[in-house]
Design a protein. Sequence first.
Lengths: 355, 526, 316
Amino acid sequence: MKNLEKQFKLLRITIAISSALLLALLIILFTSSNPFQTMFDFLIGPLTTVRRMGNIVELMIPLLFTGVGVSIMYSAGQINMSGEGAFFLGGVAAAYVAVSFILPSGIHPILAIAAGGLVGAIISVIPALLYLRFNALPVVSSLMLNYVCFFLGLYVINYMILDPQAGYLASWEYPKSAILPRLFSVTRIHAGVFVAIALIILGYLFLMKSKWGYSIRMIGKNPNFAKYSGIKVGYYILLSQLLGGAIAGAGGAIEQLGIYNRFQYQRLSGHGFDGILVAILAGYNPKLIPLATFFLAYKRTGADIMSRTSDVPIELIFIIQAVIIVFVAAERFLEGWKHKRIVQRSKDALAAEEV
Amino acid sequence: MNVDEKINEYILVMEGITKIYDNGFVANKNIDLRVKKGEIHALIGENGAGKSTLMKVLFGQEQPEEGQIIYKGEPVSITNPLKALELGIGMVHQHFMLVPSLTVAENMVLGIEPKKRGLFDFDQAVKLTKEISHKYKLPIDPLAKVMDLPVGFKQRVEILKILLRGVDVLILDEPTAVLTPQETEELFVQLRELKKNGFTIIFISHKLNEIMALCDRVTILRDGRVTGIDDVENLNEKQISRMMVGRDVMLTIDKTAAKPKEKILEVKNLHYVDQYGKHVVKNVSFSVRKGEILGVAGVEGNGQREISNLISGLEGFQLGEILYKGNSVVNKSIRNLREQNISHISEDRMTFGTVSDATIEENLVSDRFYKKEFNKYWLFNNNYIKKHVNDLIKQYNVKCDSKDALIKTLSGGNMQKVVVAREFSLKPELVIANQPTRGIDVGSSEFIRNKLVDLRDDGAAVLLISADLTEIIEVSDSIAVMCEGQIVAYLNNQVHVSEEELGEYMLGLKVQTPQEIEKVMHYEES
Amino acid sequence: MDIIISNILSPQFIYTILRVSTPLVFAAMAALVVRKSGIMCIAFEAMMLFAALGGVVGSAYTQNLFVGIVAGILSSVLIAVIFAYFVLVLKSNPVLTGLALNILGSGGTVFALFVLTGNKGTSSSLRSLRFPVVNIPIIEDIPVIGQIFSGHNSLTYVSLFTVLAVYILIYKTTLGLRIRSVGENPHAAESVGIKVVRTKVIALMIGGIIASFGGMYMSMGYLPFFTRDMVSGRGFIGIAAQNLGGGVPIYTLIAALFFGSADAISNVFQTLRIPAEFMQMLPYVVTIIGLMFVGSSNKDSKEKTKKIKEIKGETT
């Protein structure tokens, strides 16, 4: 019975992804003036040059952070969308530390990332606090909070670290001491990738193999049961949101110091929401997050290439994401197939019993 | 009488019904049911025998994998409840199908609402309600909100609701489970009246005396199969019960006399008030001693749940005193209580007792996973956990593919065994067992009851709360009876207590004097 | 300080409240109808964005406001139907489905705008139509009252009318009775033959229609064109208002106006020397604070505390 459940889950994800891709190709077919070249760019483009393959990894790094962060937050059953705000403000905090302090190379990025993590933790715990204390719906409060984070971040950039010479809304350039070293000359892959790898391993051990992760997951699956068993429900809800937010915030910081030379986001970056998609695809299991992230980063890179070489805008990627989420979340999707298999099994068993 | 005529005397025939649920559970196996026009037909069987499923199939709420339904001589396909109602089959569910915040009149006409100028005609709804209630002599206030009505009246609304829809066949799913004896008697009078008016009634129950008193014919189910069908007058209670459980019901548990020692749990002047301001537990005092099982009998909803939740720490404490080994445990955390070897079987195993989406292993360790031996540095000690869990599965006889099977794939009995394995395996000194065998198979029930007695013999104090009188009488050493939030009687079960006697106390027909009840505190010993 | 006070007390300020509250009232009423049917839907953001785009594109191509309205409504209802299909038929998690549709609303509208018109991000090159401004005869000439209540966009009046319509729908019609019954006890509704899924779909579609006007107001009233993500959380603020209003139409209206006044204050204060960012933040901060007042149900009820006191009095 367990195998069947697993098989079924896998089939559902496969169908979700392929139907999303199919839809994307259909849209390209109808909107592009040169559909086959566009499809090629979209599907195969990321593999054509080393730089593009490097792009995939660059895109993966921040998503690994938000993916793990969201997995931990959602495992506790909190639909907390504040990963987006945490990532953004984490980046702002890192930018602030980077340009406002003079520190030696080794310490500067660490402090900046720590600041990002701290800010992220504070952001993400707010919806949980409001939920525990006032029963306020986390979905709504966290989404409102993202706007607050956005404007707060803009304020910090505008009034505290604005470079008036930049010609657009951007901070001063980050000093060399704060920037994360690049690993290869052609790509922008940076040292943050090691942090990300460590995070996947630690995140997996924490969430799936430790008593803390167990407590969080049981609360997410049935808070009444957790309480009845003696697990401190409120404590672990707060812990999970703090941790998840810290990881997302640190991710925002690392993205700033690894990829950019100054803070220049004009809008929320969307990494937090992408993290939700990644976490859902991976079933909140950090072990599977690299795979889900690779898939998303690959599609992103393809869409990016496509939007530059053809007339199809990059927003196509949002349509794909939306389709994947709804199909993966669709519990009864393929249920008919599953039911038939189960009935067949039970009938066999019944027949065997009768003989 | 030839064959055709014989078929015609049946208003309803279900043939070869097989129903398999999504978790692979086969609820009905090739069931035949034949109901004659104008009779009260009993459908009897234990919990989980397949009665409710069969009726859901008849009422269009579940689709069978095999079989057919013939109604008034025609094969019919009942794909949804509307179809059933249109054919003339109505059902009064065990859990009332009413919308609490709406008035009686609104509930009555739901689905067939009268209209005036495009809008809902409330006055007409009130009028229709009054008419039908007058016609069948079932008085009701059409303007009352359903949530304010007592249970018996809610049931009356349900019956009126389907009568208003002009049905010929009424299905009643365990209608007496929630009623007092007076209400039950009243219901029987109403049902006989309806029978006189030509209605056909299918009456589901697992209470033999009710079947004997009310019904004409009976179909008996066991494990999803039909084990008997006959006129009630041709059968006696013993025969029916044998067909229900496959042997005589008189279960006997090997039990020596209790040797109670010092008091483990003392509850003094306990009160509880719910969110609506209802005084649910009223000044309750009792004590449970080491090596004794105190059974608390009572119709569900008379404060037993609240008492068990207050002692186990699930419910916020309000007023009174709870002493465990002489120390107050009020407002202690649940983990603290569990570490003091208090264990608790919740009456609701789906909400509190288990996580259905988690594995057997995850469910078995939920109260001990943090302990030293279960961890190695910062991570779980997988080898130890695996061995521990496999031992428990074996010891408690949980039937499953492996420890990694999801709880939701288990049967009710096996699910409860997982709960019991967890709650009984850490050498508890106080066990609060609230409805420990409700809705599970006979084998598992017997297993769990024996375990309770074993725990007692090992020196645990057991507080057994149950609505099942057989269980109470069989397992308990002494019995407290609750009615409307109070203890109304205290009986020593070393001498024989009869179900009838318990029943009279439970239903508030008899109350002991305060002096008699005070014995529940065991003052004389201390 | 004087400036602040005179600003807030001016008729223009109250006029502004009504103006900026209009999309919130629509969103809140849509949320109310859907909530009554027992569905947790957060996709109003997407419905409003698609309606904003649909209205602009429809009216620009045909130069006919009515066609624009129909296009706007259909775009929004399409999202509602997709939501319904996944949540009610395929049993998807409603929050995740809503999230997905909001992602679709954000990216899909920009994508569709580009594919349909070649515009990137805003529809400023389209000659789309606007809903007319209505001056109410007689009232417009009354000082203060006229300044407050007259001269609004026609949709502002429609939004107030919607509150009444929603009240009648929920409490005075058969459909409303059925919506409430499927929301409160779907099994009960099903057992008397009410099609639960169908009733919920209808509630969602009504929600979609109401929300569409909120979206069209954004692009054909509040602003004269469509821009990327122009709904900016108003769908969510609508949900918050519905929560705060406890599902009662009139209270929900008041809550929406309350959130709207935070928005209005931020508009007024932008002239003052307060950083613009803090003013822009205000509506969202107020919404979060508003949420704190909704669900204080964690605490003991009044009846409970009172009864406990009573018992204490008897025993001591």
